[in-house]
Design a protein around this ligand. Sequence first.
Ligand code: ZN
Length: 517
Amino acid sequence: MKKITALYARLSKDDELQGDSNSIVNQKIFLEQYAKEHFFSNTLFYADDGYTGVDFNRPQIQKLFQDVQAGLIGTVIVKDLSRFGRNHLMVGYYTEMMFAEYGVRFISILDNVDSANGEDDLTPFKNILNEMYAKDLSKKQLAAVRSRGTNGKRLAPIPPIGYKKDENGDWIIDEPKAAIVRRIYQLFLDGESINGIATILTNDNVPTARGNSVWNPSQVKRILVCPEYCGDMVNFKMRRISFKNKKQIPNDPSEWVVFRDTQPAIIDRTQWQLVQDKLARIQRTVPRTKHAPAVFTGFLYCADCGNKLYARQGNEHFTLHYVCSGYAKKKAPCTIHFISDNVLRRRVLKAIRNLLDEFRKDEDAVTTRLQGFRQNSWQKEINEKQKTIDAIHSDILDLERKLRKTYEDRIADVLDDTKFQIISDQFIEERRALLAVSDQLEKEVAILQSTSAQIHSFIEVLKKYRDIDVKDVTQPLLLDFIDKILIHDAKHFRESSDSKDIDIYFRAVGCLYSFTK
Ligand SMILES: [Zn+2]
């Protein structure tokens, strides 16, 4: 006897609100078309009209299950998984256990799920099992995992330079090449420019990822921003324009799904973050002007409206100067906040030289003071947060154990479908809530740690300049020392006054008034 190809459709009140494409008639047309194109014959249509997908108390799906158990069905085809059911554990139970047991092939067209394709199917049940083992999944990641059906499965086909795949496809460190990556990060942190690094590597005959001998700056930049080097797996860096169109475009980092510590790190996480901070600051490109380079571009902010100041070319009356862009572009009801390049140079140079003088006079005192600035309270805060995170993680592990036990009970028929569903839903929900809390705490700890690392690196900068007589303000000098400079209204501004019209914020340590006075 030829086995039946079951085409299953479902529609609930909620679905109706989303338009016509899910109507039973349209689902039927879609399924029949697919069956025809893929040579499935002996089709039989099952439809539950007006039933939610949250449970399986639907007459036609129960009929379908009976037919499966009677050995009548060869294949079950649905338009998408939500038509079959919206409870992922239950969907997993039927597709992975029951259908598999009766040798039924299961196809969900829009999800690209086909049980005949073997182990690589991205079925939601596998996701939820994977999910139980994957740590550090945030709420957002879960949402992405659920909707896109990829949990912890690496989507990037080719590892970046410094990694290679082992026989299982896992990423391992490719040692001589990893040394190139480390060198690039170190050069950059030592103050080398991206162009400079490309030149150095080319001159040293270092091979590129593709084995060429010429490095260009964009290759260097790509390595510097690559998040995988601190050991994380990053999925969804690119996305397809649509289901039908395979062309890919980059995703916003907020869309990334990051799985931490999935491969050995080449770059220390703190160091990686420092590089990102530095890159963000460097993107203040220095415009070329006729006279002096406008080195302060990107560092200056209006103290009144918060907009950036931008450089204006000098004319016969004025040399190079900066003005509030909120005022100049009429974005904000502000005043001009005119400040000349010469004045800024003099003041910022003085502030930096004062700080360096203090440091040279009593290195320990300045170091202690900068570290004590916030470090002590931070470390306490970090420890406390970390304690809470550990406690939450152990609760999560506990829930996962319970969830697995529940699933085993279902398979052993200790629980019926309804009870299983209620209990597992509750566990999953609790687990999700806990993950959201620990995710938030971990973000806070990461911020605290990176700031404390920044203070450390600022002290390194002071040491670097200890024996240098700083005589002029250059962009590298600003990048090393300065976070931002606030410019107050021009009516308070006097050329001769010291620094009360501008607030100089040093990197990591903030506004050091006592140094700039
Ligand atoms: Zn302004």
